[in-house]
Design a protein around this ligand. Sequence first.
Ligand code: MLC
Ligand code: AMP
Length: 517
Amino acid sequence: MNNHNLFAALRAAFPQDLDAVAVETDQGLLYSWRDLDRATAMLANLLDSLALPAGSRIAVQVEKSVEAMMLYLATLRAGHVFLPLNTAYQSAEIEYFIGNAEPAVVVCSPKSFGWVSKIAFKAGTRHVFTLGEDRSGSLLERAAHFGDQHQPALRAADDLAAILYTSGTTGRSKGAMLTHGNMLSNALTLKGYWGWRTPEEGGDVLIHALPIFHVHGLFVAIHGALINGSKMIWLARFDPKQVLQHMPRATVFMGVPTLYVRLLAEPGLTREVVKNMRLFVAGSAPLLLETFNEWRERTGHAIVERYGMSETVMLASNPYRPDPRHGNQDERRGGTVGFPLPGVSLRVVGEDGRPLPAGEIGGIEVKGPNVFKGYWRMPEKTAEEFTADGFFKTGDVGRVDEHGYVCIVGRSKDLIISGGYNVYPAEIEGYINEMPGVAESALVGVPHPDFGEVGVAVVIPKAGTGLEPERVIAELKSRLANFKIPKRCFVVEELPRNTMGKVQKNLLREQYKALFA
Ligand code: MLC
Ligand code: AMP
C-alpha cells in the first residue's frame, strides 16, 4: 500500500540540503530541516511508546512555538489525530472538547497543568504532558530519551489527520474531521495556484505570524511552506512592527484582515520594505475593499484574498497568475474571493436547493477532495450538512459573477467573525441567559474598524431585577475565551420580534451598526 500519511509527503518535500535553515524565530533561534526531521521523529517515537490505539486523538492547548508545530507534525508521523485548541479557551470550553473528543493524550502549557490535567484525567485521558513556549515541560524531557529515526505510520488518504472544533447555529461545537488526503490535496493545489517557489526555483520565505490552532496558521501557512521546502520566519505573536522588520527578507505573508489593517497603520509600511515580497494572502474573514485598495496604493501589491473553512480547508482564491480555466484572467478583485480552486466544485443554490445562474445570490455549496469526512460522532449533523449529491452546505451566502469570481455577501449561519475568530451567538447567549436576573438575550455582530466585526449583547432583565451591563461582561470574562466577550452590553426592555415571535437580529444589527464607527 502507498503511504498517504501527510507527514511523509511533507518530509519528501524537504530540500536536499537538510542543514539549511527551515525556521528562524523572533528569538533568533535557527532550526534546520534536519532538526525538524529528528525532533518530530523523537516525538513520534514517544507517542509510539505509549502504545495508543491507531487514530488516537492528541489534544493540544499550548502557546505558539516551533516545538508545538513539531508536535503537530509528530502526531501525523505517528498516525494519530491532532486536535488543536485555542489558548484563550477556559475550563468550561476545554472540558467540553476533552469530554467530546476523548483524547488519549493531552498536552498543555506548564502553567495550566493543574486545571487541565484535572479535566483530562476525569475524562479518562491517561497521558498529560506539558510544553512551554520556551521549550520547557515534560513533553520534550520525555522525548529526549527516544531515537531520532522514525518510519511514518502507514495511513490511507481517508484516515483522519486532525479534528478542528467549529460550531453551528445551535448547540455545542462540532469536531470537523479532516483526513490526510483532504490536507495533502489542498496543500498541493495551493502550491501550484499561488506559485510557490522551491529552493531550486529561487525559494520562498514565509512570515508566519498567525496562531497555530486554526486552519489558516496551522494548515495553509505551515503546509504551504513545508510542501515547498520554504523557510519560515516564525513570530510567536503578531506584532506589526516586528513583521515589517522581517519583511525585507521575506516573500510571502498570510493574515486575517485585522493584520492588514494594523500593518497599514504603521508608517514603516513602504514600497521599500516590501520590495522582495511576492505574495500577500488574506482570508478567514471578509477583507474590506478599502483595505485592499489602500494596501495596493501603499505597497503596489494586490492582496490575494481567498476563502476557506475548518470543514474544507481552502475553497476559492483570487488568481496569483493567469488562470487558464477562466480565460487567463489574472485580476485579483477586491471584494471577491476569486475562483473556486482547481478540483473544487462550487455552486450557489436557491432556497429549494436548485443551482442558481451567475449573478444570483444564494447558499454556497462545495464538493472536492478537500471537503472533510464529517463531524466527529455526529452522523445526523453530518448528513444534514451534505446534499444528496455530495455537496457540503457552507452556510455562507454569495454569488458567482459572470467572470467566475465568487463573492461572499453574508452568512445564513448565525456567526460573528471577529479578528478572524469565530464567535457563535448561541453559545454566548446560553451563558448570559443562565445568569440570575436575565430573562433573555441576543448577541449580534456589528462593524468594527480593527476586528472587522465584534459582538454586542442586548439583554432583557427579569421583571423587578436590576441588571448591570458591566456585571454581564465581567461574568462572561470569568468563563469564556477573551475574544468571545461582547465588546458592549445593553440592558433593554424588549427585543424586536417578527410575527412568529423570533428575535429580529437584523434590526438589532442596524440599530447598533455605528457603535464603533
Ligand atoms: C483579541 N481580542 C479580540 C480578538 N483578539 N477581540 C475580538 N476578536 C479578536 N479576534 C481582544 C482580547 O480579548 C483582549 O481584550 C484584547 O483584544 C487584546 O488581546 P490580545 O490577545 O493582546 O490581542 P491581539 O494579540 O492584538 O490579537 C489580535 C489578533 C488575534 C488579530 C492578532 O485575534 C489573531 O491572531 N487573530 C487571528 C485569528 C486566526 O488565525 N483565524 C484563522 C481562523 S481559520 P481585553 O478586553 O481582554 O483586553 C478560518 C478558516 C479560514 O477562519 O478561511 O482561514
Ligand atoms: P472557520 O469555521 O473558522 O473555518 O471559518 C470559516 C468561515 O470563515 C467561512 O464559512 C466564512 O464565513 C468565513 N471566511 C473565510 N474566508 C473568508 C473570506 N475571504 N471572506 C469572507 N468570509 C470568509
